[in-house]
Design a protein. Structure first.
Lengths: 113, 115
């Protein structure tokens, strides 16, 4: 089935450690996105990529980094510079042009040890 | 800045009743709107969308209404069922030139269906 796969489902980070969240899609979408969701709140955009080898900062990019070396993959690294990383992280993808919805994975929950 | 917001953070209804979830937006240039349903511990799931050249669109048990004059969007769920209990988000997309494919999400409404 076509879709978006995020892994792992749960992740724990130690102080000073970088961790990488995986996002893979087989929908042949050009654009991919990373969102952060805090309890009881909406989605905030961290980074997005509209084409391979290109990406842009969203609204809360500080302390995060991404790469887009392949169309299917858009990994997110939560660096030690992100002082409050505990959240639910959601990856999405979409067609870049035209009015089409974004499709979401089932998220990764990151906690601090 | 531009924002999308919801009037009510929570909504509680009886099973079988109709539900209406509202959303206000402020970007008059937005040309596309989407409603998502998010169950606990899962990613948002697409429900229905509407383009700015329409004022109503119907799906299975759901209807989205768009009032561009007052920048208001609503989601109506007919004969609400316990499985409809979730958080509902509206999202808007600006023009391709200014926003590309980015969406702006509202804060969400928690819908609880009582048996």
């Amino acid at each position: 089935d076509g879709g978006i796969t995020q892994s792992p489902k749960y992740l724990f980070r130690k102080e000073g450690q970088n961790v990488t969240l995986s996002c893979e899609q087989n929908l042949n979408h050009d654009a991919m996105y990373w969102y952060r969701q805090d309890p009881g709140q909406g989605l905030r955009l961290i980074y997005y990529s509209q084409i391979v080898n290109d990406f842009q900062k969203g609204d809360i990019a500080e302390g995060y980094s991404v790469s887009r070396e392949k169309k299917e993959s858009f990994p997110l690294t939560v660096t030690s510079a992100q002082k409050n990383p505990t959240a639910f992280y959601l990856c999405a993808s979409s067609i870049y042009r035209g009015n089409q919805p974004q499709h979401f994975g089932d998220g990764t929950r990151l906690s601090i040890l | 800045g531009e924002s999308v917001g919801l009037h009510l953070p929570t909504l509680s209804v009886q099973e079988g009743d109709n539900s209406i979830i509202n959303c206000a937006y402020s970007n008059s240039a937005s040309d596309y709107f989407i409603w998502y349903k998010q169950e606990s511990g899962k990613g948002p799931q697409f429900i229905i969308d509407i383009r700015s050249n329409m004022d109503k669109r119907q799906g299975q048990r759901v209807t989205v209404l768009l009032n561009k004059t007052v920048k208001h969007l609503s989601l109506q769920i007919a004969a609400t069922q316990p499985g409809d209990s979730a958080v509902y988000f509206c999202a808007e997309k600006g023009s391709q030139e200014t926003s590309g494919s980015r969406l702006t999400f509202g804060e969400g409404t928690q819908l609880t269906v009582n048996p």
